[in-house]
Design a protein around this ligand. Structure first.
Ligand SMILES: [Zn+2]
Length: 409
């Protein structure tokens, strides 16, 4: 009975790796293709070369990193490492909640330790070599420590409550666990830029001047309060330009990176702002938030139903059923569905980007948003000819060429 479950899990893990590797390879090959005629003049030959080299460097890092993770996962499944860790903890602790917390903590720690060298290499070698990195080793380490403390306190705290609910309620646990999860995501959704972002970055109101008056004029025309607009010191970590919208109702916030303001003209910055206000006006963030809660509801319902089968824990080699082993087996079994959900979410997100671009064109200026897009993409050496499959799997924003075509309609 338990062997077929393990076989299915192993098959899914292998399939996931194979598909991912193949799609990455297709994209790598595609990045070397000549760029479409409409945007061919955006890169001169030496920039085109640099863009290809940048894509290739990122491709190599992700190939080595994903191969290592895959290898470790196959070893862990073959040699029952998960069950052994569970057994090791059971010899030393008796409280089920403590065992589950430690088990999950050890796995998270191991995965962080594995990804750390890749993150260091990508920041201080790849990003630095192409002139993007601005992060100092001190900033890097501080970010790491802050992130770790936050995930231990918040992640560990939430997990402990879920485990306690599970112990007390068993079969109906998933409803309460989902409510807790949904409540917390609502909190993060509303207050992340106010509470968590300032731990990592400085947010300041926009400075007086030409840009501010142009922005004021546009915000007034759209009924958007300037008090909900901030400039962030993105230049602390990277030269890449960005902007985003977050929050809901009164907690709405638009953040413009200082690098964006530095690189774009006044009108281009306002066009980017118009795009972000479009996300708010057309309620994209609200719908994506509701959708993700619907998805997590289904996920929790399935988890609640399947956790009662100790066969899931046994499939990973354990002799006693436990929350953490069954949940781990569940998520591995669920991975093809997660992939499909990811495809749908990315497609919806890309549709919203077109919609926000349309809003910026209708309320501000189409050609100006197009020139802002061109600058942001070429400045970050974006791959101008990504493979369609790679786009479907990984892109939350449409490739630049498609956005330009949409804007020209
Ligand atoms: Zn957008």
């Amino acid at each position: 009975m338990d062997n077929w479950i393990l076989a299915v899990i192993t098959f899914f893990v292998a399939m996931d790796f194979a598909i991912d590797t193949y799609v990455n390879f297709l994209n790598h090959r595609s990045s070397k293709k000549p760029v479409a005629a409409e945007i061919a003049e955006l890169y001169d030959p030496s920039e085109q070369k640099r863009s290809v080299a940048y894509s290739a460097a990122n491709y190599q890092v992700s190939l080595v990193s994903s191969s290592l993770s895959f290898l470790l996962m196959i070893l862990a499944l073959t040699f029952n490492w998960f069950a052994r860790l569970d057994g090791y903890l059971r010899e030393r602790f008796t409280n089920e909640i403590v065992i589950s917390l430690l088990f999950i903590g050890v796995l998270v720690l191991i995965s962080n330790v594995i990804s750390l060298p890749f993150s260091i290499y990508s920041t201080f070698k790849v990003e630095a070599e192409f002139g993007f990195n601005k992060s100092t080793p001190l900033t890097f380490v501080t970010d790491l420590v802050k992130g770790l403390v936050l995930s231990i306190v918040i992640g560990g705290g939430l997990l402990a409550i879920v485990l306690w609910i599970y112990q007390e309620l068993n079969s109906t646990f998933w409803i309460w666990a989902w409510l807790l999860f949904a409540g917390f995501s609502l909190f993060v959704f509303m207050f992340a830029t106010k509470i968590f972002l300032p731990l990592f970055n400085k947010l300041t109101p926009i400075e007086d001047g030409e840009l501010k008056s142009e922005i004021s004029r546009y915000c007034d025309s759209q009924g958007y309060s300037l008090g909900k607009l901030f400039v962030m010191d993105g230049s602390k970590r990277s030269t890449k330009a960005n902007a985003f919208f977050s929050g809901l109702g009164q907690s709405k916030t638009i953040v413009l990176f200082d690098t964006l303001i530095e690189k774009l003209t006044t009108r281009e910055v306002v066009a980017v702002l118009a795009h972000e206000i479009g996300h708010y006006k057309r309620k994209h963030t609200l719908w994506m938030f509701l959708l993700s809660n619907l998805q997590s509801f289904i996920l929790f319902a399935l988890l609640g139903w399947l956790l009662s089968y100790s066969a899931l824990s046994e499939a990973l080699g354990a002799s006693v059923g436990s929350f953490h082993l069954s949940a781990l087996a569940f998520f591995l079994l669920f991975s093809p569905v997660s992939t499909l959900i990811g495809l749908v979410n990315n497609a919806l997100s890309r549709r919203n980007e077109y919609d926000a671009d349309d809003f910026a064109r209708e309320t501000y200026d189409g050609p100006v948003i197009a020139s802002a897009l061109k600058k942001i993409s070429t400045d970050s050496l974006a791959n101008l000819s990504p493979h369609p499959l790679y786009v479907a799997v990984n892109y939350t924003h449409p490739p630049m060429l498609e956005r330009l075509r949409n804007l020209a309609k």
